[in-house]
Ligand binder design. Sequence first.
Ligand code: PLP
Length: 398
Amino acid sequence: MNNEKIKEMGLKYIMNTYGRHEFALVRGEGSWVWDADGKKYLDMVAGIAVNNVGHCHPRVVAAIREQAGTLLHCSNLYWIEPQVKLGKLLTDNSFAENVFFCNSGAEANEAAIKLARKWSSNKYGSGRYEIITADNSFHGRTLTTVTATGQPKYHQGFEPLTPGFVHVPYNDLAALTEAVGEKTCAVLLEPMQGEGGVYAGASEYIKGVKKLCQEKDLLLIFDEVQTGLGRTGKLFAYQHYGIEPDVMTLAKGLGGGVPIGAMLAKGEAAVTFQPGEHASTFGGNPLATTAALAALGVIIDEKLFCQAEEKGAYIKKKVNAMKADNPLIAEIRGMGLLVGIEITIAGKPVQEYCQKKGLIINCVQEKVLRLVPPLNITYDEIDEALAIIEEALQHFLT
Ligand SMILES: *Cc1c(COP(=O)(O)O)cnc(C)c1O
């Protein structure tokens, strides 16, 4: 089928939940993808921070092939070898002591929210259930995670929302401190906001939040669904701040393209759930955990987080040089290979121009071009992408 045919069928049979581009992607390799008409694109979206090891990484593909012929699924009523190995690999490489596996970022946050309430109810009894999150945050689309998400546009028409969430401005310690009350049990934050426009948590803020959580005995939950797995220049973004959360959620980059989510915890949080208190049929299944073992193995063995750090700095330097000649560029921000270029005009036409030239980029909050390429993208590929972005911004300047 070609792009047109696929689109036509999609409009008829698929629910209209996405503002989709005009083409279908049918194949990927490394930093490149091909559409159904055979056009090739350099991919700076990477499934929105999913394909951290690039498309169809040979180690991930081989692991999936092997596992597909061995055991695709079995229930969590039995031990699952790749799941326990992935649990060890994740905890060996993070603050955490143990892991709960699920299938997506929203589910991981949902699990973390349930965990926080359960922990607090065990320790303090009922009534201490409130979770503080940030304005402009993004935590997922289930009814509860969308409530946690501090963007009213995602709430409209879905009321009544889940009770027990309070939103405060991001990077504002005073506002957060003020919001803590007798009912508060946890703080849920992205160490760097992605969907919200690419804003990193300030060092004093994150450290201050940690201290506040310790003083008030609140669980600190980091949503690292987007920032985790090497994206920001460390394996996990919390490592930039010299502090550890109590709970961390992961998804996007974990499975190398296969759906998987995880909630990691230490201390009291890690031993809160008892049999029957939380579950997922597919969570941590043999196929997904095998894929994740391979993908995380690549990220660790090839130190892709170091590459993200260096390549992110390279992109920032080059875009800053571009900025000198182009007043459309307002600001460049981000950490590692989660880069935001804020421009003074609407991002969509820029995105479309780039697409025509064979580059796919993402746009958030109307005016922020978000670059989240594979962490193993080459410098030549980065140069190629930035040349197209520069050309596009020149085009709209005149
Ligand atoms: C993408 C994202 C989610 C939601 O993940 P899904 O897998 O789409 O449910 C949650 N939190 C953050 C920070 C994200 O970027």
